[in-house]
Design a protein around this ligand. Structure first.
Ligand code: HEM
Length: 144
């Protein structure tokens, strides 16, 4: 019997349910909906890609091969508020469709990725406020 060296945090069915429910709500969200509508006309391929992405994130499966930073840098109008709205909706969906530990792990991983995407995509100080604790966006310390 071969076992994966990585923890498997979500089944195919859980990933599919989170992705389909989340983007179903994104499309009707007053701020997020228009951003997606401007870039996605055929939702089938986007949902398939996002299932691969979340499968890779939850199970370290390597199924997603992409460049999310470049993709998000090309989206006009991203802001700290938009990231906060995205995360609030994602947390709500994860807790609702995967109550308990699995939903909490989805939310925790989303928070970390959102934070690094925001740092990479938003201009400082929005993307890198001093309280992130990463050291990014701050002046380099004077040389000793
Ligand atoms: C302000 C919040 C966000 C907005 C408005 C947003 C919007 C979008 C849009 C419109 C696309 C499709 C781009 C295109 O194909 O032209 C996209 C792709 C994607 N998003 Fe986001 N996104 C947000 C945050 C996030 C976060 C927090 C994650 C991860 C946890 C994420 C993961 C992805 C991935 C993996 C793709 C596919 C990239 C590829 O084509 O390989 N997004 N996003």
């Amino acid at each position: 019997m071969s076992r994966s060296p990585h923890p498997q945090y979500a089944t195919e069915a859980e990933v599919a349910l989170v992705v389909e429910t989340f983007y179903g709500r994104v499309r009707h969200h007053p701020e997020l909906g228009p951003v997606f509508a401007a870039r996605i006309s055929d939702w089938g391929p986007h949902l398939a890609k996002m299932k691969d992405f979340w499968h890779a994130v939850m199970n370290t499966s390597g199924r997603y091969k992409g460049r999310p930073v470049e993709v998000h840098r090309a989206i006009p109008g991203l802001s700290r508020d938009l990231f906060a709205a995205w995360l609030a909706l994602f947390r709500e969906v994860a807790a609702e469709v995967c109550p308990g530990r699995t939903g909490a792990i989805f939310a925790e991983k989303a928070e970390r990725i959102a934070e690094s995407l925001a740092i990479a995509c938003l201009p400082a100080p929005e993307g890198a406020p001093p309280d992130l604790g990463t050291g990014l966006g701050r002046e380099a310390p004077p040389c000793a």
